[in-house]
Write a protein that binds this ligand. Structure first.
Ligand code: AMP
Length: 444
């Protein structure tokens, strides 16, 4: 099977060939023909599967075939949960559209809106955006959704987790009823299924990996260790094994900063990436990590979501996530593009329940061991009983729990927005836009 066999135009085939792709990935092979036919799709695909080209190529083809000779209204919109993912998707869109007369742009928060407004004024066919900034721009009449006929929700599960559902529904309310909808998600909780049911029309299901499964070539390893020994363990593993590119996940922004400082003190080049960092700092950290000028990137789940870091050999879960699906997302960053990867988790006594929840979702036991000199002695009880947590395999999961984390606060759900609640938000609360004073309610 070639890209040409999938029905893609010579201009698009040329662009992907220049990228060095020799054949379509499984998700591309399955999704592209349906998208070209104008069907809605619900695709289960993690970052690293080539899903971006999977939706971008057929949408570019549609846009170029149906282009108005004079006008350039916004006709395709890609919504992503994070700024980094938006930037990444946009880079892909630009590369793939090199030989077609299609204009693209990206908008996200944390940077000056003025240049974004100017770009939109000049006319854009396909826009990649994070929901919050996009609605701000819509409020300012910088963009109209009236002519949008393809909507793409990328990493829909994470957009729900981040409380973007109200924004998404609001954006959709400004769009024509008749349009094509493409939804991509790595995991399928009941909430995702509900959202899909409200947005998609007779969708074709496209699956490339079993639901909630991690990449096959990833080996999972758990080190049982005391909480206070985790930093030393990370330093030892990185130094002893001479690892040169490791993505480390911490559950909190504070934890990410603290660990980064300690790694640097130990002579290991590292940077942190999380919601409290400026966009400039986040972009720089990611660039340095990708071009190997730093060895370690310490990230919170939200900041790391969807990052395209090719051939990442090691991921360390400095703490296990308290939402088991996040483990799947984290591991999606390793063993990419057919390469083998190693997912290492540091598990202290407080986290044993998180481990069993993850094992349930993966349907496999994680291989646990103890490293000499790091034998655990802690007896602190688990943070919560397994029965309390309802992941996608349990009952309705409303929001990521924002309390019960050992130390620090969780990463921002909505960076740069004023909180509507003091302290931790009640479960299920969305931050909403709150401009109209209308009661905030879930719309799905
Ligand atoms: P994505 O899952 O969209 O983030 O893509 C992951 C990586 O795979 C990106 O670096 C793409 O450039 C690359 N990629 C996408 N499609 C292909 C393909 N057909 N062959 C080889 N690499 C690809």
């Amino acid at each position: 099977m070639t890209f040409k066999d999938l029905g893609l135009s010579p201009a698009l085939v040329k662009a992907v060939e220049e990228k060095g792709y020799t054949k379509p990935s499984p998700i591309q092979e399955k999704a592209i023909p349906h998208i070209l036919e104008g069907k809605d799709i619900l695709a289960s695909a993690q970052t690293g599967t080539g899903k971006t080209a999977g939706f971008t190529l057929p949408v570019l083809q549609y846009l170029s075939e149906t282009k108005h000779p004079k006008y350039r209204p916004l006709r395709a919109l890609v919504l992503t949960p994070t700024r980094e993912l938006a930037a990444q998707v946009y880079d892909n869109v630009r590369e793939y559209s090199k030989y077609v007369n299609i204009k693209s742009a990206v908008v996200f928060g944390g940077v000056n809106a003025k240049p974004q407004i100017a770009t939109l004024k000049n006319g854009v066919d396909i826009l990649v955006a994070t929901p919050g900034r996009l609605l701000d721009l819509h409020d300012r009449k910088a963009v109209s959704f009236k002519r949008v006929d393809v909507l793409i929700l990328d990493e829909a599960d994470r957009m729900l987790d981040m409380g973007f559902v109200r924004d998404i529904n609001k954006i959709i309310s400004f769009m024509p009823e008749k349009r094509q909808n493409l939804m991509f998600s790595a995991t399928f909780s009941n909430d995702i299924k509900k959202l899909a049911a409200t947005i998609l029309r007779n969708p074709v299901s496209v699956e490339t990996a079993p639901q909630n499964s991690t990449a096959k070539k990833v080996t999972h390893k758990v080190y049982k260790v005391d909480k206070k020994q985790k930093t030393e363990l990370a330093i030892k593993l990185i130094k002893d094994n001479n690892w040169t590119q490791v993505l480390v996940f911490t559950r909190t922004k504070h934890g990410a900063n603290k660990l980064t400082e300690k790694l640097i003190k130990a002579g290991i080049s590292a940077a942190a990436i999380h919601g409290n960092k400026s966009q400039g700092a986040r972009t720089k950290a990611l660039k340095n990590f990708k071009d190997n000028s730093i060895k370690i990137l310490v990230a919170t789940d939200i900041a790391a979501r969807g990052l395209d870091i090719p051939l990442l050999p090691h991921v360390i879960n400095f703490e296990l996530p308290n939402v088991p699906e996040d483990y799947v997302h984290r591991i999606g960053r390793t063993g990419r593009a057919g390469a083998a990867g190693e997912a290492i988790s540091f598990v202290c006594s407080e986290e044993v329940e998180y481990q069993s929840e993850i094992e349930k979702i993966l349907k496999e036991k994680l291989n646990s061991s103890v490293l000499e000199g790091f034998e655990p002695t802690d007896t602190a009880p688990p943070k919560r009983a397994a029965t309390q947590s309802k992941g996608s395999f349990g009952k309705k999961k409303k929001q990521r729990p924002s309390n019960g984390n050992p130390g620090g606060s969780t990463d921002d759900k909505r960076p740069k927005r004023k909180p509507h609640f003091k302290g931790n938000k009640p479960a299920g609360a969305t931050s909403g836009r709150g401009r109209t004073g209308a009661p905030k309610k879930k719309r799905y």
